[in-house]
Design a protein around this ligand. Structure first.
Ligand SMILES: *[C@@H]1O[C@H](CO)[C@@H](O)[C@H](O)[C@H]1NC(C)=O
Ligand SMILES: *[C@@H]1O[C@H](CO)[C@@H](O)[C@H](O)[C@H]1NC(C)=O
Ligand SMILES: *[C@@H]1O[C@H](CO)[C@@H](O)[C@H](O)[C@H]1NC(C)=O
Ligand SMILES: *[C@@H]1O[C@H](CO)[C@@H](O)[C@H](O)[C@H]1NC(C)=O
Ligand SMILES: *[C@@H]1O[C@H](CO)[C@@H](O)[C@H](O)[C@H]1NC(C)=O
Length: 508
């Protein structure tokens, strides 16, 4: 109790201070980094930010795909509001001229910078990362981005250069003798060391790894000995899984090293030896990014800077036979989320929170505005929030009661897995999987979705799933038909439908 009061006083003092000099914001976004426990892999630099701030160990993305998740996070609106489930539309053209997170800071006197992958590049950010509305300076992308899919991985058996999934490399043999994330780090640290302006900054730094291909300096593989890598507890497709929940991970299958394994399409499984090798390389790639984050932080004055670290979504590493993102499972949706801010004491928050909460939380922490308004039905306002500020939760931590929920969704073109199931284009979407996560349960309904009217028919159901995290943390046992869960199932269905129905009444 005493500790809480002191914390609260510190925070209040911090707030008074911010009205004189505003804190900077460093927003670190790692591509496809799932939530990883300390028992799985040691990421000392990320852990060190967590130790100096608030670590949310149940943070969930709104959709396990880059562009919809990033646009949702950066506008504070859900995919249904943005009507973006693929890569092909820009919210300002299609739904509303909504203010973004960096734009909010820019309009409030900050210099804003985008370095690396922050918005998903391409049509969903107007081919210019939403410049100049979001950014003071032209967004930076590394020149070696163009070799992203080049055949640069030396195959261990044939010695040929290939487009492999697993791709430990020697930097000096790479085009331009560097890698995109090293260029991003250099550019960001140059900004931090050469800025001589007294205006506060909002610097967003987006690292590409551990997104596939798993290309990283080969010494990182030695940090993760293969005999220490554990297989998933449930490597097979669960017998009670509705097939609509499965996706065929085609981007993994088509890499040269994996294609050679002739895994049957769409339900075939990764051979267990390769499961371990992919896990090892994913951890190695995460460890590489962790080092870059450590280097970046050494250039930051933490007394004047709010540091946020997260990812766009998670990544399945063979759990239930699945790989990559593209689903509504915890492994695909759960991400690290850390806020480290002057005056906010260290804590761990277990309540489920969402990436749409980041925008209102940063507005709240910055002290720029204290009227953080929720979007109402038919809200056309350019600045309102579908998430909530997590500031109180940070201060009161697990003491704060309340029914916290995280909502997510994933589209499908058909109930049976096909090539387009991983990343359906809007015109092919026929089904939407809506999902809610409570502290204990995950509940999902796969229902009919109209891709022209953006309406849901809750009566046409393609699959239902209920997982109890107390007994099944890998979500491998669908309890939907188990009688004793009847009431909880009904309750969660009510919550889910009420939530997404409300969203669906948005009219523009
Ligand atoms: C969108 O908002 C920005 C910033 O307020 C403004 O400059 C721009 O003209 C608006 N665009 C449209 C199409 O209304
Ligand atoms: C730093 O200040 C000097 C002198 O005012 C100016 O010429 C220079 O461009 C500034 N550098 C940056 C990175 O803003
Ligand atoms: C995969 O199929 C090709 C062509 O049918 C064959 O040559 C190769 O040996 C197969 N590889 C494995 C690992 O089964
Ligand atoms: C707070 O209110 C002011 C004045 O009505 C408005 O300009 C601003 O956009 C609001 N800020 C937020 C975060 O809602
Ligand atoms: C789907 O992908 C599989 C495996 O990559 C391929 O063999 C098949 O031809 C594809 N089918 C269609 C309709 O594109």
């Amino acid at each position: 109790m005493c500790l809480l009061i002191i914390t609260f006083m510190l925070v209040s003092l911090g707030k008074t201070a911010t009205s004189v000099t505003q804190n900077n914001v460093l927003f670190i976004i790692v591509d496809d980094l799932r939530h990883l426990s300390k028992e799985t892999i040691n990421l000392p630099n990320i852990q060190s930010i967590a130790k100096s701030g608030v670590y949310f160990n149940n943070a969930f993305s709104q959709q396990a795909l880059c562009a919809p998740s990033r646009n949702s996070m950066l506008t504070g609106r859900r995919p249904d509001t943005l009507r973006l489930y693929d890569f092909s539309s820009y919210w300002r053209d299609t739904v509303g001229n909504f203010t973004t997170l960096p734009q909010f800071f820019k309009e409030n006197g900050y210099e804003t910078y985008s370095v690396g992958k922050v918005f998903h590049p391409g049509p969903s950010s107007n081919f210019n990362d939403d410049y100049p509305l979001s950014w003071t300076h032209f967004p930076y992308h590394p020149s070696t981005d163009k070799y992203k899919d080049a055949a640069v991985c030396r195959d261990t058996t044939s010695k040929k250069l290939q487009k492999n999934l697993i791709c430990p490399i020697d930097i000096f043999n790479q085009p331009e003798k560097t890698l995109p994330d090293l260029e991003t780090l250099e550019y960001a640290t140059n900004i931090l060391s050469n800025r001589n302006s007294s205006t506060p900054f909002f610097l967003a730094v987006g690292f590409h790894k551990p997104h596939i291909p798993l290309k990283f300096p080969k010494q990182y593989l030695e940090k993760i000995p293969i005999n220490k890598v554990k297989p998933p507890k449930h490597p097979n497709m669960p017998h009670n899984l509705p097939l609509v929940a499965w996706h065929p991970w085609t981007d993994i299958r088509k890499r040269d090293d994996i294609a050679r394994l002739n895994i049957s399409f769409p339900l075939g499984l990764m051979p267990s030896e390769w499961s371990l090798k992919i896990r090892q390389s994913y951890y190695a790639a995460a460890s590489y990014v962790d080092d870059l984050i450590g280097a970046l932080l050494s250039f930051v004055d933490r007394r004047k800077t709010i540091v946020v670290l997260t990812s766009d979504h998670g990544w399945s590493l063979g759990e239930n036979g699945l790989w990559a993102k593209y689903s509504n499972f915890d492994v695909a949706l759960k991400v690290p989320l850390i806020f480290s801010a002057p005056g906010i004491a260290r804590s761990i928050v277990h309540a489920p929170v969402e990436l749409v909460d980041i925008f209102p939380t940063l507005v709240d922490l910055s002290g720029i505005a204290n009227n953080i308004s929720k979007c109402r039905n038919n809200e056309k306002s350019l600045l309102c929030f579908e998430g909530k500020s997590l500031k109180l939760l940070m201060i009161e931590g697990s003491q704060k009661p309340g029914n916290y929920l995280a909502f997510s969704q994933y589209p499908r073109p058909s109930a049976y897995p096909q090539n387009k199931s991983d990343k359906p284009r809007l015109k092919n979407i026929k089904i939407m999987g809506y999902s809610v996560r409570t502290k204990r349960f995950r509940y999902t309904e796969w229902v009919s979705f109209n891709n022209k009217l953006f309406t849901i028919d809750w009566n046409i159901i393609y699959g239902l799933e209920l997982y109890d995290h107390i007994i099944d943390s890998e979500e491998s046992n669908n309890l939907y038909l188990v009688h004793k869960y009847k009431n909880i199932k009904q309750y969660l269905s009510g919550l889910l439908r009420a939530h997404f129905n409300r969203k669906n009444t948005h009219l523009y």
